[in-house]
Design a protein around this ligand. Structure first.
Ligand SMILES: NC(=O)c1ccc[n+]([C@@H]2O[C@H](COP(=O)([O-])OP(=O)(O)OC[C@H]3O[C@@H](n4cnc5c(N)ncnc54)[C@H](OP(=O)(O)O)[C@@H]3O)[C@@H](O)[C@H]2O)c1
Length: 247
């Protein structure tokens, strides 16, 4: 599958940047969207040094995603056409705080769910009319089952996975591929405060899996692969037992 023009939302994410580096080798052009100009500039410089053709940056804020249409229009104007929308931004919710602060819980939902839905819907119309294209979105294994320790983040990612399933069902008829990416633990700034365990993977490893899944037009991937089986077991635990577990 030829992918020459890519828009990345949340382009400063470690996983997104490692994925972008793999595409950069092929002389791809990018629009990088994020909320921090200095970090975007650093990513752009790195991608150019690794072979990217053209790299532009745009400011966006997933906490206030009304900028979606503008983001799409500016991306299209810059690139001329778009082959891949890659949505990567996200925030690991502080569940203890969310339990006491509903406003914060809803803000987290905005960043992890509403904004991604809004951006994907805006670009979907373009791809549908063009009868081709790719949308790849970072969801999470956390969305496969609600757990007391992270159910606001988990619910947002679970909702996102269901949304992407529906979007895939709609866009498949127009030759547009929608990829749901479900990583397990990844060693990035987002998990800096999470105690490390042997299941943690490097973002470079996750990026290779994402790159190959996009190229091969996959629908849903667990990364690393073993999370598919871990989550199958987790989903199979009866609710009457699961609700008593501290997870
Ligand atoms: N790390 C994991 O264990 C793991 C596991 C499963 C899924 N994921 C998902 O993978 C994706 C990428 O995360 P990562 O691991 O690569 O972590 P990361 O390097 O910390 O990246 C998080 C990204 O989200 C952006 N972001 C957060 N809030 C934002 C907002 N309000 N507006 C715009 N951008 C915002 C950050 O921007 P700044 O650079 O400006 O902070 C950063 O680019 C996320 O969707 C995450 O939920 C991660």
């Amino acid at each position: 599958m030829n992918i020459n023009k890519i828009v990345i939302i949340g382009a400063t994410s470690s996983i997104a940047h490692q994925t972008a580096l793999l595409f950069a080798r092929e002389g791809v052009s990018f629009v990088l969207a994020g909320r921090n100009q200095n970090r975007l500039d650093a990513c752009a410089k790195d991608l150019q040094a690794r072979g990217a053709k053209n790299v532009s940056t745009l400011i966006m804020d997933a906490a206030n995603p009304s900028d979606g249409k503008l983001l799409f229009e500016q991306s299209l104007m810059t690139l001329g056409e778009i082959d891949l929308l890659y949505i990567a931004h996200g925030s690991l919710t502080d569940q203890a705080r969310a339990n006491k602060d509903t406003g914060y819980a809803l803000e987290e939902f905005m960043v992890n769910f509403n904004s991604a839905v809004g951006y994907a819907m805006t670009f979907a119309e373009y791809f549908e009319k063009r009868q081709m294209g790719n949308i790849a979105v970072l969801s999470s294994v956390a969305g496969d089952r609600g757990r007391g320790s992270n159910y606001i983040y988990g619910a947002a990612k679970g909702g996102l996975s269901i949304f992407l399933q529906g979007l895939r069902n709609r866009l498949a008829k127009s030759g547009v591929n929608v990829l749901t990416i479900k990583p397990g633990f990844v060693d990035t700034p987002m998990t800096a405060d999470v105690p490390k365990n042997p299941l943690f993977a490097k973002p470079e490893v996750i990026a290779k899996g994402i790159y190959s899944a996009i190229k091969n037009g996959k629908d849903v991937i667990y990364l690393p692969w073993f999370w598919r089986w871990i989550m199958l077991i987790v989903r199979m635990v009866p609710e009457r037992i699961f609700k008593k577990m501290s997870l």
